[in-house]
Design a protein around this ligand. Structure first.
Ligand SMILES: *Cc1c(COP(=O)(O)O)cnc(C)c1O
Length: 462
């Protein structure tokens, strides 16, 4: 019986000769079509061997080939719906861009631009010039420069300011950000020598003072972005560190991590100092990310004293770390939104999602449920629950934001199966499972995600 069925599975050449394949061949590369046919036939043979029932009709096989081909021709990097509630989700691309940033990318990407050209004088310009003034204005800095990400910013700053010399850091701030960014390793790569002071929970000004000598190039403060130490603790504030730096004649640098440009406390997010706060406190150089709390593209921003930043702009690593024009365009557009705080909160998705109120989120959940109920099969049930979202991206580790969760039930499927199938849908939806329930947090579901969400739920329920 099995042998009989296996014999009935057509050969590759015969399938390729079908009319249905001619249409597919016209719109796809020959090699892809061939690979798709082979894949489908292999899968059928496997199914027959496992005694699964198979439909060997020409129509069905053509549909399978067509689906396989669509799958193969799909880009690898795709949009997904973030239903996790983690706003700055590192695995899902961190900060989604504002509409203005998207427009800016479009304007400079398909033609030429004045990336390094001074339109008023007609001579070579610098790419920093497009954002330096804005950063200085928004952070109250003397000078600024931009690189690919904050990791590059830290390495560039340390290499320029402390090559072959000593940098003093508190033992409570030797952080690992994830992946391979760890302060001790970064320090080593930059050619600076790490001098650890204090203890994990307590570091005092005298610890820095006692460790300094003629070889000291920098006092470094690192934002403990993704963890918190509670209980018996003491840390040296940036103000105290700046006073000490002035007294002993050593510059103070801060790796601020997230790069917050406005005080978020009035919006219910306390405890994150702005870049301006660091500079006001007397810090000489601050580095921060463009795609965490700032809500822009991947970027590393360095702001501070001109005399310290000028050598960084001329450093050989600058060329290796320089930002590309698309990110630069998006960064400029995002920074422009910050000129009006209310505008920034409304237009920058990361800030909008973080500051969404519980009432707003509950209403959005209601609207989503109404819309989806009308259009989805009766086998899909949506239930509202209260829950909590987090900032993510190594920002605000203690922050718990009250939110509304939608539990998705689909008859006949377990929470695991729903999670897996929504993840594998043509427009993937990522949620989380908690106590055997599949949940979507409405906080991180963007307005333009609605059609994808509806389509994917429909696809999985079908
Ligand atoms: C996130 C972070 C970094 C790395 O920034 P990227 O922009 O991801 O390179 C470095 N330092 C701190 C303190 C951070 O929070």
């Amino acid at each position: 019986m099995k042998q009989e069925l296996l014999k009935q599975i057509p050969k590759v050449d015969r399938v390729l000769a079908w009319d249905q394949m001619t249409a597919l061949a016209a719109s796809h590369p020959r090699t892809e079509l061939l690979a798709a046919v082979r894949q489908v036939l292999d899968r059928l043979r496997g199914a027959v061997r496992h005694n699964s029932s198979v439909d060997l009709s020409r129509e069905h096989l053509s549909l399978l080939v067509s689906a396989e081909l669509a799958c193969r021709c799909r880009p690898s990097l795709r949009e997904v719906v973030n239903g996790t509630g983690v706003v700055i989700h590192t695995n899902l691309g961190r900060s989604p861009l504002a509409f203005e940033a998207e427009e800016a990318i479009r304007r400079v990407s398909c033609g030429y631009s004045n990336l390094e050209y001074d339109l008023s004088s007609g001579v070579r310009g610098k790419r920093h010039d497009h954002v330096e003034g804005l950063i200085c204005e928004l952070a109250g800095a003397e000078a600024a420069l931009v690189v690919n990400n904050n990791a590059a910013a830290v390495i560039l700053a340390l290499s320029t300011l402390a090559l072959g010399r000593e940098v003093i850091v508190s033992r409570g701030e030797l952080v690992e950000i994830g992946g391979s960014f760890r302060i001790p390793e970064v320090m080593q790569q930059s050619g600076a020598h790490l001098v650890e002071v204090g203890a994990t929970n307590c570091t005092h000004v005298r610890d820095y003072f006692n460790a300094h000598n003629d070889a000291t190039a920098l006092l470094l403060k690192v934002h403990t972005s993704n963890f918190a130490v509670v209980g018996f603790t003491a840390e040296v504030s940036v103000e105290e560190l700046s006073v000490l730096g002035k007294k002993i004649g050593v510059p103070v640098m801060a790796d601020a991590g997230s790069g917050c440009l406005i005080d978020l406390a009035p919006y219910g997010i306390p405890g994150e100092p702005t870049v301006g706060c660091y500079l006001d406190a007397g810090v000489d150089v601050v580095t921060f990310s463009g795609d965490k709390l700032l809500g822009g593209p991947q970027a590393g921003i360095i702001a501070g004293k001109r005399e310290l930043l000028e050598p960084m702009k001329r450093h050989p690593l600058m060329r290796a770390f320089r930002m590309d024009k698309l990110s630069l365009a998006a960064l400029e557009a995002t920074l422009r939104l910050y000129r009006d705080e209310r505008h920034a909160i409304c237009e920058i998705p990361t800030l909008r999602m973080l500051t969404a109120t519980p009432v707003e989120l509950s209403r959005r959940a209601d609207r989503l449920v109404r819309l989806l109920r009308r259009r989805l099969p009766k086998t899909v049930t949506l239930l509202k629950h209260k829950g909590e979202s987090s900032a993510g991206g190594g920002s605000l580790p203690l922050l718990c934001l009250p939110t509304t969760l939608l539990e998705v039930r689909i008859s006949g499927l377990s929470a695991q199966q729903i999670e897996q199938r929504l993840r594998g849908a043509s427009q993937p939806v990522i949620g989380r499972i908690q106590r055997e329930r599949f949940l979507l947090d409405v906080r991180t579901i963007l307005e333009h995600d609605m059609p994808a969400l509806e389509a994917s739920l429909g696809e999985v329920a079908a």
